[in-house]
Design a protein around this ligand. Sequence first.
Ligand SMILES: Cc1cc2nc3c(=O)[nH]c(=O)nc-3n(C[C@H](O)[C@H](O)[C@H](O)COP(=O)(O)O)c2cc1C
Length: 147
Amino acid sequence: MSTAIVYYSQHHGNTKKLVDAIKEAHPEIKTIDITENRIEDLSQYERIGIASGIYGSKFASGLMEYLKEKMPTGKKVFLLYTYAMKMGHYAKDIKALLDDKNSKLIGEYSCQGYNTFGPFKLVGGTAKGHPTEDEIAGAVHFYETLL
Ligand SMILES: Cc1cc2nc3c(=O)[nH]c(=O)nc-3n(C[C@H](O)[C@H](O)[C@H](O)COP(=O)(O)O)c2cc1C
């Protein structure tokens, strides 16, 4: 199934580590860094992965804006994201956006990612060492178990 992963990973490249590992195991996937390439047409892909660090409890706003404009309707979608602190609600807004696009959410994977935002920098950051090798391997496994 033709698959693209659209990602935004600007803090420490934590989310990109998950995306890169999936791409390495499955080179046929198209990966798109939306800070470099706001690809116009996603309609050729049957399945679209959306990957982001969490910033202010949400997926990156630039990614959300891009998807609002460019996400085709009726696609199979999976989510990948990294955060400093595990909480339940980080994917709420992106899921609402995807609902509006009549997307079918087929899975989501998330884990911690090293964080030095704001005052956390002063204490050497939080979630150091994340994503770990196991967490990265977990993302590849997640991808391989998608329906
Ligand atoms: C501006 C900013 C806001 C952040 N907000 C949150 C947050 O609300 N909750 C959280 O758990 N982590 C937060 N983080 C930490 C990031 O989600 C975490 O480091 C993530 O792995 C970054 O992914 P990236 O390296 O792919 O950009 C924030 C980081 C930055 C830079």
